[in-house]
Design a protein. Structure first.
Length: 311
């Protein structure tokens, strides 16, 4: 999972090369973050504390960059904006991303990414719960997508993934969808990068507290952490949180949402491929079949929403 999506505030003239370069970054880098999380937790870095350091360092770096570029005044926010950033940081990062990190202690990165790919389906379920009535094609996509989720959740993809870990990812995905659904109503800062840095700082702080409650400080032994874990953590900070998020912000300001939204079903494919190539994660027929069904369902929902966008 990635930083929360900022709201597009306008459309500027941009070259096709820049747009496709930014899209390629979002496709590959965000898809690779699942692999990065798996490497971090396998290196004996406690999941909550590891992800907390990821977002706290990334948030601090982003704050410094913005302050040097535009001055500290750019970072000022109101109490209402701070409250909104706290809520979204909790739902998306602490509960959403944190759940994935904990689960990936037993769940392969590719399987985790496929389960998270169902986020647009949960978003649609929340919209229906709010009184919206989607078109028939959207319903078809939702039903197909959830069928794929059921296949993976009930079987674990024929991997060593524990049922509780699978359930944790599903709950984390629902939390992410909830935060994404209601974030526009929370009065977040108008500057998307300022929004991102405060969500990372507040979310990261909450992850530290949750990590303490889970007893993670006692599990942290710096001398036992393999170098690959530090490398993966640095990658998540610099590329997963800073580079990819900046690229996504650029896309929101310069590209049509119909094009941007394709990352929802490209990221899991990238994650599955990288997990297989680098970590030799199993590619069982249930993972391939369930993943294909989820991606097809999400693609149908995205396609239907392009023609009939919701509020």
């Amino acid at each position: 999972m990635t930083a929360t999506a900022p709201v597009a505030t306008g459309r500027r003239t941009a070259s096709s090369a820049m747009i496709w370069s930014a899209l390629a970054i979002v496709y590959v880098v965000w898809g690779s973050t699942y692999l990065g999380i798996r490497v971090v937790v396998e290196a004996e870095i406690p999941p909550m504390l590891g992800m907390a350091s990821r977002f706290l360092v990334a948030g601090a770096l982003l704050a410094a960059i913005l302050a040097l570029k535009s001055g500290w005044r750019r970072l000022r926010i109101t109490r209402r904006e701070a409250f909104g950033a706290v809520v979204v940081g909790l739902l998306l990062l602490a509960f959403g991303n944190g759940a994935v990190a904990i689960a990936e202690q037993t769940v392969p990165s590719g399987l985790a990414a496929l389960l998270v790919a169902a986020t647009p389906l949960w978003l649609m379920a929340l919209r229906v719960g709010g009184g919206e009535r989607p078109r028939a094609l959207t319903w078809l996509g939702v039903l197909i997508g959830f069928a794929g989720v059921a296949v993976l959740a009930l079987s674990g993809g024929d991997t060593s993934a524990k049922p509780l870990s699978i359930a944790l990812i599903v709950l984390g995905t629902i939390s992410w969808a909830t935060g994404s659904r209601f974030s526009p109503r929370l009065g977040l800062p108008k500057d998307p990068l300022v929004t991102a840095l405060y969500e990372m700082l507040f979310g990261g702080t909450a992850m530290v507290l949750l990590g303490v409650l889970r007893g993670e400080p006692g599990q942290l032994h710096l001398d036992r952490i393999h170098g690959s874990g530090w490398f993966a953590l640095g990658y998540l900070i610099l590329f997963g949180s800073l580079l990819a998020y900046s690229a996504y912000s650029y896309l929101l300001a310069n590209a049509p949402i119909s094009l941007i939204s394709t990352y929802a079903y490209v990221n899991p494919a990238v994650a599955v491929l990288l997990g297989w190539l680098i970590l030799s994660e199993p590619l069982t027929w249930k993972i391939l079949a369930g993943g294909a069904v989820i991606i097809c369902g999400v693609a149908l929902v995205v396609s239907a929403e392009r023609k009939n966008p919701g509020p």
